[in-house]
Design a protein. Structure first.
Ligand code: MN
Length: 290
């Protein structure tokens, strides 16, 4: 992350914060404690995103059981491991180790069965899993995945010393690890020093949100504390978002092009219609998913 770029995408008017959301404490997999930040009730508002989970604990009992074999169909999962080590195995024979700053991008497509199991018995495990929808025409595409070690992730530092990791999309002329045409996802991890400012251009049509995981930030006239998601209004006059800090902060900035298609979800299957969900369930039960 050595490239220095000019600080600005010039933005005269920032998007405002439409709503702040506190995540829901829950558990998933074999009992992993996590906070569901983007819940099912926000899927329409934040289309094309389906879910964001934040996990973070230094108590092994909270994470050690991991996520044993389970299926997915119809969308993509993006796992960003801030700290810790997790091994991934899937029914196609792929295997990978995700650790400290790495990202795994998995396109479930027509289906995978996989496991996600911590490879540590103590220490901190912290990260995020984001679910990104696939357009109807791609839901039954072949499964795909790729692991990116931290050194493989594009990034840059602005002249305000904001360190930016570009997981997806494009920021300040730097193209991310993954780009997608239909959903145009932008996924940035921003490390902002105290007293800094970061601007990001965002076309009005994109749905966007910020999740603060350290410190606090200001957006337009709102302050957003840690462990809070701020949904950004789709203000037609705003060219993007301006994020400012008085204290040091770390935030995810996520945006995407809505698909405006019906969403039918049953657990790990996200399709467009109920019959497609029944098909996914029977394909899974009869071993046709892997
Ligand atoms: Mn999974």
């Amino acid at each position: 992350m050595t490239q220095i770029v000019p600080s600005a995408e010039p933005i005269t008017q920032s998007r405002t914060v439409e709503r702040q959301v506190v995540g829901k404490a829950t558990s998933d997999g074999a009992g992993v404690k996590l906070t569901r930040v983007l819940t099912q009730s926000l899927q329409r508002r934040l289309d094309p995103f389906l879910m964001l989970d934040a996990f973070g604990s230094d108590q092994p009992d909270d994470y050690i059981a991991g996520f044993p074999d389970h299926p997915h169909r119809g969308f993509e999962t993006i796992t960003y491991m801030i700290a810790g080590r997790m091994r991934h195995r899937d029914s196609a024979g792929h295997e990978g180790l995700l650790e400290n700053g790495g990202v795994q991008w998995m396109t479930a497509g027509r289906g995978v069965i996989h496991s996600e199991i911590p490879q540590q018995e103590e220490g901190v495990m912290e990260g995020f899993q984001l679910w990104l929808n696939l357009p109807a025409r791609d839901k039954m595409t072949a499964p795909w995945y790729r692991d990116f070690a931290v050194a493989d992730l594009p990034g840059f530092v602005t002249d305000a010393d904001v360190a930016v990791t570009v997981i997806a999309g494009e920021s300040h002329g730097v193209t991310g690890a993954v780009t997608r045409e239909a959903t145009a996802p932008l996924y940035l991890d921003l490390h902002l020093p105290a007293g800094s400012r970061f601007t990001q251009a965002l076309p009005t049509g994109l749905n966007a949100f910020v999740y603060v995981y350290r410190g606090a930030v200001s957006i337009a006239d709102s302050s957003v504390p840690a462990q809070r998601m701020a949904i950004l209004a789709n203000d037609p006059e705003a060219e993007g978002v301006v994020i400012e800090t008085t204290e040091a902060a770390k935030v995810l900035l996520i945006a995407g092009q809505p698909l405006n298609e019906p969403i039918a979800q049953y657990g790990p299957f996200v399709m467009n219609t109920e019959p497609e969900i029944y098909q996914a369930l029977s394909d899974f039960r009869e071993g046709r998913l892997a």
